[in-house]
Design a binder for this molecule. Structure first.
Ligand code: SAH
Length: 348
């Protein structure tokens, strides 16, 4: 660990900067490409494994840089196959990521921040407060770790990534974007951006920025209510980023990207389980092709929120389908190991 905070993390350098490092040190710029390939494509966690590079060059790297890689501290397996990794960062903070297997896919659910600055009343991560943003390499490493586990335990590579772990990805947008660039680049993992979903609680300014960037990944919005008063009571930042602002930003997103929006929605007893709530949701969905995922509530041990009964869910499904909105009812995975949505809170 010693020195790892003082020396610069070599993965904070761009390819150009790495090439420059070598030319200023009397070597060929191409050496930078070789090291870059080791750092990203081959996920090297030490300079010693870079076997096509001379000992002298590796010593030069060691003298100047560290590789601040993550460490999977603890891996838990659910009876449904879901795997949860407790991931230790270079400064000993811990985040969690989850591997969710189905018969046809393996999805990685990754974290973007340590803790979260938002205050959703139903989410365990919200209680941790935000400690810091994750660096691009720390997000990338979570994906690599899950890809390795997918190959090891399920005999196939990772197929999808969702930014639905700890944190609000749009509050760490630059680093999330850099991570996605590396995940989708041939110099990194070469995954298709269409298999990546960024989930946000809805930060209008950042949704517009994403639209302007003409990003190719998908967008999911954690809506939970289309009525301001109710949404503010469960997601207090809605007082600042109101539904009107959110809707306008999403409209902008759709015009720019023509990419369908997915809404994540939990129905709670006595909170948003009436016909009026479902009608408001339909109304909110009207401006663009949308899909609603009705997700199961995963209790976070305080008994304040109760999942609504099947009748309320059926009412939502009927109301949405009648108006032509695609709707799916999602069952949670990995509940027995606290790996389901909203349960990530470093209990261990
Ligand atoms: N901050 C981002 C991503 C992290 S949360 C966002 O808000 O989208 C990932 C998803 O889990 C969100 O849809 C969130 O609303 C949902 N969620 C949070 N707590 C939950 C809980 N206890 N049960 C079910 N879903 C929950």
């Amino acid at each position: 660990m010693e020195g790892s905070i003082k020396k610069k993390d070599v993965r904070a350098l761009t390819l150009e900067q790495l090439r420059e490092f070598f030319t200023t040190n009397g070597d060929k710029a191409f050496r930078g490409n070789q090291v870059y390939e080791w750092l990203w494509h081959k996920s090297a966690h030490s300079f010693d494994v870079m076997t096509n590079i001379s000992k002298e060059t590796r010593d030069l790297l060691t003298a100047n840089f560290v590789i601040n890689h993550i460490k999977v501290d603890q891996m838990q397996r659910s009876k449904d196959g879901t795997i949860k990794n407790a991931v230790r960062l270079y400064d000993d903070l811990v985040v969690e990521s989850v591997l969710i297997p189905t018969s046809t896919r393996t999805t990685a659910c990754v974290s973007s921040q340590v803790g979260c600055s938002l205050d959703c009343k139903f989410c365990a991560t919200a209680r941790l407060k935000r400690m810091r943003n994750l660096n691009p390499d720390e997000i990338y490493d979570q994906v690599v770790a899950i890809d390795n586990e997918s190959r090891l335990y399920f005999g196939r590579p990772l197929s999808n990534i969702v930014f639905m772990g700890m944190g609000e990805p749009l509050m760490n947008y630059n680093n999330v974007l850099k991570a996605i660039d590396m995940i989708t680049s041939a110099k990194g993992l070469g995954m298709s951006p269409k298999r990546i979903t960024v989930s946000t609680s809805g930060v209008p300014k950042m949704i517009r920025k994403m639209a302007d960037g003409e990003v190719k990944f998908k967008l999911a919005v954690s809506l939970h209510s289309a009525i301001d008063e109710i949404r503010t009571s469960i997601m207090p930042f809605n007082a600042t980023f109101t539904l009107k602002d959110l809707r306008e930003a999403l409209q902008y997103w759709y015009v720019k990207t023509k990419s369908r929006i997915t809404y994540e929605y939990v129905v709670w007893e006595g909170v948003n389980d009436t016909q009026k709530d479902a009608d408001a949701l339909v109304d909110f969905c009207r401006f663009a092709p949308s899909k609603v995922n009705l997700i199961e509530y995963n209790p976070i041990d305080d008994g304040v929120f109760q999942q609504a009964d099947n009748r309320a869910i059926d009412m939502y499904v009927k109301t949405l389908e009648r108006k032509g909105v695609i709707v799916t009812v999602r069952r949670s995975r990995g509940k027995d190991i606290d790996a389901a949505c909203g349960q990530l809170a470093n209990k261990s």
